[in-house]
Design a protein around this ligand. Structure first.
Ligand SMILES: Cc1cc2nc3c(=O)[nH]c(=O)nc-3n(C[C@H](O)[C@H](O)[C@H](O)COP(=O)(O)OP(=O)(O)OC[C@H]3O[C@@H](n4cnc5c(N)ncnc54)[C@H](O)[C@@H]3O)c2cc1C
Length: 423
């Protein structure tokens, strides 16, 4: 009888628990440990930050849902992973034994790496969590009553760029609805070497599409940017040339700023040699399995993936929903094989498919494989992407409420993308 513990009830952890139900035997037990009692649909946070969604629209109380599906749930923070003892320690000192551990704890937000960055003690907003997005919305209403310059983007070592593009366009759309866009100069500040790089070397024509979108929306940009520090209403930015040498110093004034931080990995795994790299990201092999501790698997943003290429300012590779879905399926199938006494054989595809909402339309891209040169390297834009993103939000939340584990993207969204490519 095996006990499988999943750390994290997010985009990766919840589908892992649901899919595990289908491979475990009747006597096996699944426990999910999450530091909050609720699931939050992170991709909706940019909408929360302009008041288009409320907390109750995009969060789900997980205790009752898990219990309906025969999954144990503990709403506590994991403070230590003890891989030599097959145990995790929870806040308060209680411990939990496991036979298999799946780490799906998402990112730790590294605001502390840039002075003055972030909503907790700094001067910039964030859309990374529902709490941050709610705070950003309060600041947004104050800003709209007395508007001025906006800065938006992602700092050095960031690996998640899509939400910065989304939030820039969503703010632009919201300001137009309020008829005050003419009072707001907007600048996109990013560590990417060019607009639309996205940590993936661009996908299809994301460079052209997103540059043209920004031109259309009167959003200026600074690329190859390092944020040195942020003070109230001023951001100090160094723009570097293609060799990484300082090219220009900017002192950018703002009345509202939202900058995505760099990510670190899993705090309770930090410093455990062989389990995590120096930034705390979980080391996994081609089966999503940790090579040193083979009963531990990693899924989602918290796993270690090397950068795609050297860039003048360092950037990381994003881990998007579709990649995560493929990690989940491979992990669960491999645990299923181990439970039957066989060796794991399943490998994730790590293909990247992303729907970026731009408020009134959207951009979609699909990279297969993730790194160029690719067999499919495709991007497109249109109103249908905005609608598809809303549909995906509703579908994913329904799936979480119902305890359904179907791999949505493989089954439905790729069909839509294929149809669109054939047009
Ligand atoms: C603002 C934003 C928008 C995004 N939009 C998209 C999008 O539109 N499409 C897309 O494909 N990707 C998107 N992404 C990227 C990615 O899909 C999401 O970040 C996704 O939420 C990652 O899933 P995850 O399971 O790895 O982590 P998360 O969803 O963050 O889940 C991790 C869970 O672990 C919990 N946890 C953390 N530490 C502990 C601990 N010590 N103990 C217990 N629990 C812990 C957290 O509270 C959380 O519930 C977005 C990312 C961000 C930040």
């Amino acid at each position: 009888m095996a006990h499988i513990v999943v750390i994290g009830a997010g985009i990766g952890g919840i589908p892992t628990a649901y899919e595990l139900k289908e491979v475990v035997g009747p006597g096996d037990k699944i426990t999910v440990v999450n530091n909050r009692p609720v699931f939050q649909f992170t991709p909706s946070n940019p909408w929360v930050a302009v008041g288009w969604r409320k907390r109750e629209d995009v969060t789900i109380e997980m205790g009752p849902v898990f219990s309906r599906h025969g999954i144990d749930f503990i709403a506590k923070t994991v403070t230590k992973i003890l891989p030599e003892e097959n145990k995790i320690e929870l806040e308060g000192g209680e411990t939990l034994d496991y036979d298999f551990l799946v780490i799906a704890a998402g990112p730790e937000l590294a605001f502390d790496e840039v002075e003055g960055l972030g909503p907790e003690g700094g001067y910039t907003q964030s859309v990374c969590t529902i709490e941050h997005a709610e705070k950003a919305y309060v600041a947004w209403e104050e800003f709209c009553a007395d508007p001025g310059p906006v800065l938006v983007g992602a700092v050095q070592m960031a690996s998640c760029f899509g939400p910065a593009y989304e939030f820039a366009a969503i703010m632009d759309t919201d300001l137009k609805k309020r008829d005050i866009r003419h009072k707001v100069p907007m600048t996109f500040v990013t560590s990417e070497p060019y607009i639309g790089h996205l940590g993936l070397g661009g996908v299809g024509d994301t460079k052209g599409l997103l540059e043209s979108e920004f031109r259309d929306r009167n959003i200026k940009w600074i690329t190859n940017a390092k944020v040195d520090k942020v003070e109230p209403n001023t951001m100090f930015v160094t723009e570097v040339d293609e060799d990484g040498n300082d090219k220009k110093k900017h002192e950018l004034e703002f009345k509202y700023a939202m900058m995505l931080p760099a990510f670190r990995g899993v705090r309770p795994a930090m410093g455990i040699e062989g389990l995590a790299n120096p930034r705390g990201f979980i080391i996994v092999d081609k089966h999503q399995r940790n090579p040193k501790y083979p009963n531990i698997f990693g899924v989602g943003v918290c796993i270690a993936i090397p950068p795609l290429e050297a860039t003048p300012v360092p950037v990381g590779v994003p881990k998007t929903g579709y990649m995560i879905e493929s990690m989940v399926t491979a992990t669960v199938q491999n645990i299923g094989e181990l439970l039957k006494g066989r060796e794991p054989t399943h490998e994730p595809t790590w293909n990247a498919l992303c729907l970026a909402d731009l408020g009134d339309k959207g951009v979609v891209f699909f990279a297969r494989p993730q790194n160029p040169p690719r067999n499919i390297n495709w991007s497109a834009e249109g109103k249908w992407v905005h609608l598809a993103k809303i549909a995906f939000e509703k579908y994913f939340l329904r799936k979480v409420r119902k305890g359904v584990s179907e791999p949505f993207i493989e089954r439905y969204l790729l069909g839509l993308v294929k149809m669109h490519r054939l047009k």
